[in-house]
Design a protein around this ligand. Sequence first.
Ligand SMILES: NCc1[nH]cc(CCC(=O)O)c1CC(=O)O
Length: 311
Amino acid sequence: MSTTACSRPIRIATRKSALALWQANFVKSQLAHHYPNLPVELVPMSTQGDKILDTPLAKIGGKGLFIKELEIAMLEGRADIAVHSMKDVPVAFPEEFGLYAICERENPFDAFVSNQYENIDALPQGAMVGTSSLRRQCQIRRYRPDLVIRDLRGNVNTRLAKLDDGQYDAIILACAGLIRLDMEHRITQPLPADISLPAVGQGAVGIECRNDDDELIQLLSRLNHPITATRVRAERAMNTRLEGGCQVPIGSYATIDEDSLTITGMVGKPDGTELLFASATGSTSRAEELGTEVADALLEQGAAKILASLS
Ligand SMILES: NCc1[nH]cc(CCC(=O)O)c1CC(=O)O
């Protein structure tokens, strides 16, 4: 607990999905915990990214349209910080902004969710599995080539409703989203990393603000969880070298044991017929280099060809 030098209320720009609101409220409560006298407000924003396309500000870097909209709010002085699922944050970051805190990671693994089958091995031949993620798709196909993968879109609740409707035998979601939305009981089986390597940053929440907002940067440093931040930096460094976006069949997962970081990366063909893996271990002080090394090892095995065939 401490008093704060911050002279104004902190406004958190957030999307209106249940998960985005949970994350914004989580950061609000973290700020309240560290700075009890600091007023914090949410600024919920429309998720229509399109309306900004005609403004000169649309040239701000980054691929995520939602993120862009939150960034415009910060540039225009309508908000101070934005809260993101790290797995949805592009590695190419606009130069006006930085990530100044990465909070402690929730369960990073994918979840097998089914109402009838207790795990992925129990699915009958040819069962229908819902996911629109190329990363999940290629790994599920490798593990169970007999399964039929069908597109599944929408937010977490929409996806669960489609499963409950009987449109799929099982679906794959992130454990973290289910846990945060109080639906941990829907996780039928957390998928271990050797079946489904998680996405870069999966399960971690990051906080972004303007690079020139010194007061805020100072304040946010308390919310940073250094171990999570180092793991996510290694994973993002791998993606940076691979020039991977958010919609690619790339997995990356780093763990830390004392001062040693191990990172494993995966690039796969969506049909599951070819998956490349590489790992590196070294000092946590070399987190980013280790991520880059794994990317280089994947490139040596032909990752560029797989990724190029997708775009
Ligand atoms: N792409 C959607 C998304 N972005 C973040 C999460 C929740 C998990 C997380 O915070 O990493 C989800 C849902 C999902 O993948 O099931």
